[in-house]
Write a protein that binds this ligand. Structure first.
Ligand code: ATP
Ligand code: MG
Length: 278
């Protein structure tokens, strides 16, 4: 697999109220095309900042970001716009991230308008996108408040997919949802990844979720990447003391999950579940 994204020595310090926080302190890693890299670590360790730096929502103080061979930090004009189309973000809070004044159809059509896509057939395209995420076409007429958290997150995913991106940064995409809804959403993300060959940066603090989705796992502590490797290795035999501590705080068998619900029924890893599908 070739690398889609490479970040090298990313640095970002936030200064506020006389305090400075190194949210990214020399972060380096790559993500291969079509893979899921999970980013884990305690609250405030710099996970969201790392995703925002890659998507150019935040300017780093230093370092390099390469996306499909081009230098992301020097992109401007049409090239920057093209990059913004290829790389999308899905947020944790499906309540805060959808504009309550707009209909679902308008929310999903917005990126189509910005990027001048599907002109003359936007309604059809919105219906296609809703179908992709398992929602009926008439959902488009209603406003976000009519929907549950899980449905709203599907709407957020449909909006992210509208511009046919190849990379999604998913920032705690299922953390706000009930366990059974989480399983459905993770299965949807997995199907979409296979269908479109998507590359994911998947931020989560839930090791059970990470075990299910990740090909590789990167662990952050206080702005620094302390460990990165194949999911099986990092999750079952972590080398760094910080990762060992994270894993020790997780029950070995996810027996706290409701029984019989899809993915939680067996604690399978992504590679095992994909192998079973073949
Ligand atoms: N815009 C900002 N201004 C000031 N400080 C910030 C800003 N964004 C992030 N920080 C600080 O940078 C550090 C890293 O924040 P970040 O949101 O990246 O952590 P995180 O790993 O995503 O945490 P969480 O799991 O709580 O979402 C934190 O100390 C945070 O307070
Ligand atoms: Mg965060």
């Amino acid at each position: 697999m070739t690398d889609l994204i490479t970040v090298a020595d990313l640095r970002k310090t936030f200064r506020a109220e006389g305090r400075s926080v190194a949210a990214a302190d020399g972060v380096s890693f790559s993500i291969a095309r079509g893979e899921t890299l999970a980013l884990v670590g305690e609250s405030g360790s710099g996970k969201s900042t790392t995703a925002r730096l890659i998507l150019r929502l935040v300017r780093p103080d230093g370092g390099h970001i390469s996306y499909d061979g081009s230098d992301v930090l020097s992109l401007a004009g049409q090239d920057l716009k093209a990059f913004r189309r290829r790389a999308q973000m899905v947020f944790q809070d499906p309540y805060a991230s959808l504009d309550p004044k707009l209909t679902v159809g308008q929310i999903i059509a917005e990126p189509l308008i910005i990027h001048r896509l599907a002109s003359g057939r936007r309604k059809e395209r919105v219906a296609e996108l809703l179908d992709l995420v398992g929602l009926e076409a008439d959902v488009a007429k209603r406003r976000p408040k009519a929907f549950s958290g899980g449905q709203r997150q599907r709407i957020g995913i449909a909006r992210a997919l509208a511009v046919e991106p190849e990379f999604l940064a998913l920032d705690e995409p299922v953390s706000a949802l009930d366990m059974s809804v989480q399983a459905d959403l993770l299965n949807l993300l997995d199907r979409l990844q296979r269908r479109f060959g998507l590359t994911y940066l998947f931020i989560s603090h839930d090791i059970g979720v990470v075990r299910h989705v990740a090909d590789r796992v990167a662990v952050m502590q206080a702005g620094a990447l302390v460990e990165i490797g194949a999911a099986e290795e990092v999750l079952s035999a972590p080398r760094h003391p910080y990762t060992q501590g994270l894993m020790a705080s997780v029950p070995k068998v996810p027996d706290t999950r409701p029984p019989g619900i899809g993915i939680w029924a067996q604690a399978v890893s992504k590679s095992e579940s994909r192998a079973a599908d073949r």
